[in-house]
Design a protein around this ligand. Sequence first.
Ligand code: XMP
Length: 207
Amino acid sequence: MPLSKPRLAKDLNRRIPPSHRSDLAGVLIPEVELQKRIATMGRAIARDYAGRDVLVVSLLSGTVLFLADLLRRLPFPLRVDFLGVSSYGAGTESGNLVFNKELKLDVRGAHVLVVDDILDTGKTLRAVTDRIAALRPASIRTCVLLDKKERRVGTFEADYVGFRIPNLFVVGYGLDFAERYRNLPFVGVLKPEVYAPGPVQPKRGSA
Ligand code: XMP
């Protein structure tokens, strides 16, 4: 059970900025909702960690906007480091994990808070927490903005969860598809035809 109660995000708002109407099906979590929820998560984390030697470990690159907003809500001394994990698989499925950037800071004895954008099957966070545990921190907890719980393989749960979302491929607010859309200030849903294009239809009149 997460330490803070996640919000449920399930309604698609169709007010998509004109620049993205051709590839987004809707806005799942608007900017204002993200900021409200992150402020609440920050208060919960600050309450739990005040007075401890805290090391925030952020997974590149999907956390970029979430991390920047969350850190500003943590009003106590802490250190920040980055871990690079890539998943090589087909399309929108996570495949084999490869660590492509290691931690720089000393983890031993620190209270580690791992921050990720989205918890899906749980494969990434399970591998990351196992790797950090081997470095002998004082504790490890995990914090994710989004949780697609119905996709979980096994029993992994994050300690701090922003929003529970349905099984839709989401982009924006740091999340990408083929390295695009990270700069959107909201979490949007990609149209399936963008990530799973159908067979090319022959042009009328062509041979
Ligand atoms: P697992 O399955 O290991 O996945 O929990 C976590 C990683 O998979 C990526 N992921 C997504 N990325 N939209 C994205 O842009 C999504 O809907 C999505 N679902 C999973 C993401 O990199 C995450 O860290």
